[in-house]
Design a protein around this ligand. Structure first.
Ligand SMILES: [Zn+2]
Length: 454
């Protein structure tokens, strides 16, 4: 039998004894810091702020792969340093409410955004009756919090969309994309496309890619004939398109950052996994297709926090902010069986986690949660394995070979999400709620309770 790890011991001790003296008994180096963090984290008070970090498609395999490659098998990523860790289930449902064991990002995001499970492809609407369900962001706005929604995908992609829109199908991203959402169009009396809804929500900070959706012309209603970007300007948005623009954005007006036509280009490049494997490769930690003026996810996270905090200070608000930050292309590179793209995006996401934890270190009334929306394909397999699908051999930063396998679909097809549970880790008020094995919809309750949303 394994001895319990130091972290488990510390958490268990903190939970039963909850006194500094009892917790400090453990002698391992750094244990006191861990114990103090755990003690803080099991506090049940109100949070002033919540920062929710979503690694899209970031299952345990994806975390381990990034850890092994970048900081080594015995190293720790920023996302590994939370004092309290649990696991949660991510399944979607069919229209009749029975489980659909493998979720997509739309149903998954709807789970934590609304507390209600839905069918794959749907954005914050019910599974059978297709009715809108109030989201955490809507509740946070109603309760006086500043709100932000940051991603490396198109801003209208499923994970950012679930907070500030309701759509029958995730594909209804811009005014010209409404084929699968006949009752959501403005002409039909609906709320319009995801892009229109996001700016109509007046989310204080919207940052991501997807300019192509916001450049589409609105087809009905009061903004007919304008693009969504023009509508956003009319609603008071500052629209920025690169790092300098983001840096110059001022609090006092909402910010719409659109840093790419589609998804924000990935940070790293390398050889995609191949049938029969690749020769051992080191990843290239740059991408010629990524303009040097493109902000990193950590840049966007830093600026979003500054803007949201400044807004609340100017308004002398007692409430803080609710901010979601998504590392979207961990998923997209996993679909593409591109291990270097995937690891680079996981590392970039981890630097955004560092930004959030640094803020929380100075503002302990901040609940920080890091999790994923679903697990994915990549698996670390023995070097001697000969997977039937795609694989690649990497040479890690610690100089060792590592084989990664992508075999959830036929080579040439998009690799698939998987239905396994994923990690959820947290610190700050109400963080203890992530312990054990929970359901994804429980994250809605955790944030609602932390911010006392009514
Ligand atoms: Zn996906």
């Amino acid at each position: 039998m394994h001895r319990p790890t130091r972290r488990h011991l510390v958490v268990a001790t903190a939970l039963v004894a909850a006194t500094t003296a009892a917790v400090a008994v453990t002698t391992a180096a750094g244990a006191f810091d861990d114990a103090r963090q755990a003690k803080d984290a099991i506090k049940s008070g109100k949070a002033k702020n919540v920062i929710l970090l979503i690694g899209d498609g970031m299952g345990d395999s994806e975390i381990t792969l990034a850890r092994d490659y970048t900081v080594g098998a015995n190293g720790r990523l920023n996302m590994d340093k939370f004092p309290l860790t649990g696991a949660y289930t991510t399944y979607a449902v069919h229209a009749d409410g029975t489980p659909d064991y493998v979720t997509d990002s739309a149903a998954s995001g709807t789970g934590w955004a609304t507390g209600v499970k839905t069918v794959n492809g749907r954005i914050s609407k019910t599974p059978g009756t297709d009715k809108p369900v109030r989201t955490l962001l809507e509740l946070a706005q109603r309760n006086g919090y500043a709100t932000g929604d940051v991603t490396t995908a198109e801003l209208t992609d499923a994970t950012p969309a679930v907070l500030a829109s309701h759509a029958t199908d995730r594909s209804c991203q811009g005014p010209a994309d409404m084929a699968k959402c006949p009752t959501d169009t403005i002409a039909a009396g609906g709320p319009g496309s995801i892009a229109e809804q996001e700016v109509n929500h007046k989310v204080d900070v919207l940052i991501g890619g997807g300019m192509q959706r916001f450049e589409q012309k609105i087809t009905a209603g009061r903004y007919k004939g304008l693009t969504v970007t023009q509508q956003a300007r009319k609603l008071g948005y500052q629209v920025v398109t690169d790092r300098a623009g983001l840096k110059g954005a001022k609090p006092g007006k909402p910010v719409l950052g659109l840093f790419a036509t589609g998804n924000v280009p990935v940070e790293w490049t390398g050889k995609a996994a191949a049938l029969g494997g690749t020769s051992p490769q080191r990843c290239v930690t740059s991408n010629p297709g990524r303009p040097s003026t493109t902000p990193s996810l950590a840049d966007s996270a830093t600026k979003a926090i500054q803007l949201l905090e400044a807004k609340q200070q100017r308004n002398h608000s007692k409430q803080g902010f609710f901010l979601q930050i998504e590392g979207a292309s961990i998923d997209k590179q996993d679909h593409a069986a591109d291990p270097c793209g995937q690891i680079g995006e996981t590392a970039a996401f981890d630097r955004a986690v560092r930004v959030a934890r640094a803020y929380a270190a100075k503002h302990p009334d901040t609940l920080v949660v890091t999790t994923a929306d679903h697990a994915h394909t990549s698996q670390i397999v023995p070097l001697e394995a000969t997977p039937p699908g795609l694989s690649s051999t990497l040479v890690t930063d610690e100089g060792q070979q590592l084989k990664v396998n992508y075999s959830t679909n036929t080579p040439g097809q998009s690799q698939e999400h998987t239905g396994t549970q994923v990690r959820i880790a947290a610190q700050g008020p109400q963080a203890y709620r992530v312990l054990g094995v929970t359901n994804q919809t429980g994250l809605f309750t955790t944030i609602r309770e932390a911010l006392r949303l009514r």
